[in-house]
Design a protein around this ligand. Structure first.
Ligand code: GAR
Length: 191
């Protein structure tokens, strides 16, 4: 049987992308075909290279030009696109071609703390300012509106009274590292 082909889009550190690559490395049912990054100097670029996964670096203009991404994913017969810390807006044309085939991870319990400008540390900053007693992660399909596609899974973690942005970020990253790859596996392999 042909493996299910994944493209990973990542803009930064890529700790989630790295875990996904390692998680599926010995699974013949899933192939991580390439990593796309819009930042040449992003740590994920060298990480993916060293893990033997091909990397495409693109410009922000290319991300906005849906035909570039559609052609790239089409030419590599990509089945699912995984956004693992990809911080650019995905063009609507690509979302239309890959309806419920683009999976994003968001570092909050959506619908709280989602939307334009809510990413990375900005999310944790808002959670801290609101004195939330818990936060978490949302793994969801991408739809035209930011952070509002169908939710696949959410995981939460309690917050203490002395949290900082950094401790919240650490807790959220731990949840992401534990749950993102297995959630993708369950969703795309119908497990
Ligand atoms: C992750 O926490 C992810 O949830 C967040 O970027 C971080 C990337 O970390 N994504 C968003 O905020 C999307 N709105 P990583 O580069 O170490 O995987």
């Amino acid at each position: 049987m042909k493996p299910i082909k994944l493209a990973l889009f990542a803009s930064g550190t890529g700790s989630n992308a790295e875990i996904i690559i390692r998680y599926f490395a010995n699974n013949p049912s899933v192939e991580v075909v390439f990593v796309l990054s819009n930042k040449e100097e992003a740590p994920i670029v060298s990480k993916a290279n060293s893990l033997g996964v091909s990397v495409t670096v693109c410009t922000n203009k290319e991300v906005e030009d849906a035909s570039f991404l559609v052609h790239l994913c089409d030419s590599k017969e990509i089945d699912y696109i995984i956004l693992a810390g990809f911080l650019r807006k995905i063009p609507n044309t690509l979302i239309a071609v890959y309806t419920e085939k683009i999976i994003n991870i968001h570092p909050s319990l959506l619908p709280k703390y989602g939307g334009a400008g809510m990413y990375g540390k900005y999310v944790h900053e808002a959670v801290l300012a609101a004195k939330e007693h818990e936060t978490g992660i949302s793994i969801h399909y991408v739809s035209e509106e930011f952070d509002s596609g169908r939710i696949i899974a959410q995981y939460s973690v309690p917050l203490l009274s002395n949290e900082t942005i950094e401790t919240i970020q650490e807790k959220v990253h731990q949840l992401e590292h534990e749950h993102f790859a297995p959630t993708i596996a369950r969703e795309i392999l119908d497990m």
